[in-house]
Design a protein around this ligand. Structure first.
Ligand code: C2E
Ligand code: CA
Ligand code: CA
Length: 697
């Protein structure tokens, strides 16, 4: 390249270029440098300035720095300083590059260099820094803490508010990202890292995450963090991330309260139906993966309703809490115990033995629950006793969906209760069949009245002293089109659960009323028929009640012609519908019999309150009557007590002469049972009465 081309290049350079003496005397300045200093031509500039660097730097010390660098290394690269334009004294920012030119002897001849006006970019940076400072101030003022993180070095600056949020004073924690990460709740770390990574990889416009941070005093605070990568390297790796921390502990606490309310039972603190179902679904999924069996237990407290009704809800609550504690104690931490409502509990067990059809360890646990619940409960003034019935369904043997397991555990529970309570039952296919039979019965029952498939049988009730028969009990029979004669024990519970018992009961009452009218004319003007009435019928609307009385009036019968047989449980029911119903029965002169006495939650004070006319001693006491037996002692006691209260006693299920004799000796008023006669159709009853010698009495 010739000297001329070099000169041309020098002139045309877009940035300033110069040559000076080491002392700073300007020898050459190109057009760009002339312009930078505010002159019109090189001549004007050379005339106007002696030493270019004098009065050039806004900070005079920069001049010495520049000179020292040149002396020491022979060159200066990217030396950025604020300087004055020579002519106008206006302040600008420049970046200088320079080197020394020496002769062969090493003596410095010139300085040569370039000067670039970088004012615009310096100002831009300055603006950025200013706005960042403002932004931080704004965030801090809003109560948020600010963090400023440099992932490469691991340095992280935490603002004073952020530090105070966790109980630290500014300066108390080192400026390191690890400090906060270390204090993050272990359960929250994984999600935090995932959210962070998603933003780093550009999948989310901002980084957002909720996590817990441990404060200086050891407590946990819920934090919402929001941040953004503000600078990346050429490869896109984040160099700097800025964000805020907001304390959301209050919101989280509120959410937690709502969550607890939605998933836990307030009384016992146990998981509720919803959470149990959720866990069951989860465990079913896992048990499928791990090929591990599960057990679902339905636990129902026997006679809880009676406790609740007699001692009040507060005592009932105390009992439930204690029952929950005992069940939990037997199940241990590996199972979930939930309260489904009322006195129903459900247990989910995940550590059931493999293979066995009736796992032994599980049976021991079930037995433990039964024993725990049959112990006394210190409730109210004294001890109260309940027991429990348990139904168990196993997964996968009995089902692998919540619906199937719940349904089958429920059927097993039903069987446990049917077998006499205070026991457990594993689900069997037979129970499923029984349940299906109940469903079919229910469907068939709906048309049974219309198709006139029902018939009322009558069983004589004999006066023990005279042998006279002027009472009978009406017992319903169903002539099923395909199954033949179906007993009431089989279909009454089905009719009760569907509500059909109301219509059926009205029909029985009408039959009995018409029949007793007939017998009052043919056999005895005092004749009385007892009609069983299910508790479900007592919960009916008031409108239906009148019709029974109307019917009696229509038939010209006094109330005394009929007795209504109720069970002990009903006496404890204090609901207005039941009380009203009982009162109006009494008002119409109908007698009240207390059926199955001794099997329920006996509370004698209720007998007095409701002035009951008859007590029917349950068959289970009569069945085992022996001289000197406990049952005989009980019969004596019941009879004495009933007489003291002005009530008369009927013994049910008298099957032998011996039983009859013992009851007679005990002072029992009436007897009913196969020893005298089985229940029979009305026409047969007529015959039986006529053939009976006492009938003519
Ligand atoms: P319950 O009221 O206790 O009726 C007495 C039951 O004992 C009757 O059973 C009767 O046949 C049976 N029985 C009578 N004497 C003897 C005996 O010496 N030995 C034995 N082992 N059993 C005897 P049934 O007729 O099968 O009725 C069963 C239950 O069905 C009745 O028990 C009653 O609770 C209910 N029931 C019957 N008819 C009606 C009805 O019209 N309405 C309602 N709501 N329930 C009814
Ligand atoms: Ca009865
Ligand atoms: Ca009975």
């Amino acid at each position: 390249m010739t000297h001329d081309t070099l000169s041309t290049l020098f002139e045309l350079l877009p940035i300033g270029a110069y040559r000076t003496t080491p002392a700073g005397v300007q020898l050459r300045a190109n057009a760009a440098l002339v312009r930078l200093n505010g002159y019109a031509s090189e001549a004007e500039m050379l005339a106007g300035t002696q030493a270019l660097d004098k009065g050039w730097y806004v900070l005079p010390s920069r001049r010495q720095e520049f000179k020292d660098l040149m002396a020491r290394q022979g060159h200066v690269v990217d030396f950025v300083s604020e300087v004055y334009r020579h002519k106008t004294r206006e302040r600008i920012w420049v970046r200088e590059t320079a080197h020394t030119i020496r002769n062969s002897a090493g003596v410095v001849l010139y300085y040569e260099g370039t000067v670039e006006d970088v004012t615009a970019s310096v100002q831009a940076q300055q603006n950025l820094a200013d706005s960042e400072a403002l932004w931080r101030m704004a965030l801090e003022a809003a109560g948020d803490g600010v963090w400023d993180w440099y992932p490469d070095s691991g340095r992280e600056f935490l603002s004073p508010n952020l530090l105070r949020m966790f109980g630290f004073e500014p300066g108390e924690l080192p400026d390191a990202a690890a400090e906060l990460d270390r204090r993050t709740h272990p359960d929250d770390v994984a999600q935090m890292l995932r959210d962070r990574e998603a933003h780093f990889e550009g999948q989310t416009p901002t980084y957002m995450n909720e996590h817990r941070v441990q404060c200086k005093d050891g407590q946990w605070k819920w934090i919402l963090t929001r941040g953004m990568v503000v600078s990346r390297d050429a490869a896109g790796k984040p160099l700097r991330v800025i964000g805020t921390h907001t304390d959301i502990s209050k919101r989280k606490q509120a959410e937690e309260v709502i969550w607890r309310q939605a998933n836990f039972d307030a009384l016992t603190g146990l998981p509720n139906r919803r959470l149990l179902r959720h866990r069951l679904e989860h465990e079913l999924h896992r048990s499928d993966q791990l090929n591990r069996p599960l057990a679902v237990m339905f636990i129902d407290l026997d006679h809880f309703k009676e406790v609740n009704d007699t001692l009040g809800h507060d005592c009932g609550d105390v009992l439930l809490v204690e029952a929950a504690r005992r069940i939990q104690g037997c199940i241990g931490p590996t199972g979930t115990v939930a309260r489904m409502g009322g006195d129903e509990f459900t247990v989910l067990l995940t550590d059931v033995e493999h293979g066995a059809e009736l796992p032994l360890a599980l049976q021991q646990r079930l037995q433990a629950v039964l024993s725990a619940l049959s112990g006394p409960f210190a409730v109210g003034a004294g001890d109260v006793f309940v027991s429990a019935s348990i139904g168990v369904a196993l997964c996968p043997a009995d089902g692998d969906t919540p619906e199937a397991l719940f349904k089958h555990a429920d059927q097993a529970l039903y069987a446990a209760k049917g077998a006499g309570r205070n026991r457990y039952r594993f689900f069997t296919a037979a129970m499923q069949e029984a349940a299906q039979t109940r469903l079919r019965l229910d469907a068939d029952l709906r048309c049974a009245l219309e198709r006139q498939e029902f018939e009322v049988y009558y069983q004589p009730v004999v006066a023990m002293d005279s042998g006279r028969v002027y009472k009978a009990e009406a017992l319903l029979r169903w002539h099923h089109p395909t199954r033949g004669l179906v007993g009431p024990s089989e279909f009454i519970p089905v009719a009760e659960s569907s509500g059909l018992i109301v219509d059926i009961g009205d029909w029985v009452f009408r039959q009995a009323a018409v029949q007793v009218g007939h017998w009052r004319q043919t056999f005895d003007p005092e004749f009385q028929v007892g009609v069983n009435k299910s508790p479900v019928q007592f919960h009916q609307k008031a409108a239906l009640k009148g019709s029974w009385m109307d019917l009696l009036t229509e038939l010209g019968l006094p109330g005394k012609a009929l007795a209504i047989e109720i069970t002990e449980g009903l006496l404890l029911d204090t609901s207005p519908a039941v009380t009203q119903h009982l009162t109006s029965l009494r008002a119409s002169g109908i007698d009240l019999s207390l059926d199955d006495f001794g099997t329920g939650y006996s509370s004698l004070n209720y007998l007095q309150k409701l002035d009951i006319d008859f007590i029917k001693i349950d068959q289970s006491f009569v069945r085992n009557l022996q001289p000197d037996s406990t049952d005989l002692a009980l019969c004596h006691a019941i009879i004495a007590m009933a007489h003291a209260l002005g009530m008369r006693v009927v013994a049910e299920g008298v099957e032998t002469e011996a039983q009859n004799k013992l009851l007679l000796q005990a002072g029992c008023d009436y007897a009913q049972g196969y020893w005298y006669a089985r229940p029979m159709p009305a026409a047969e009853f007529d015959v039986w009465m006529r053939e009976r010698p006492q009938a003519t009495q």
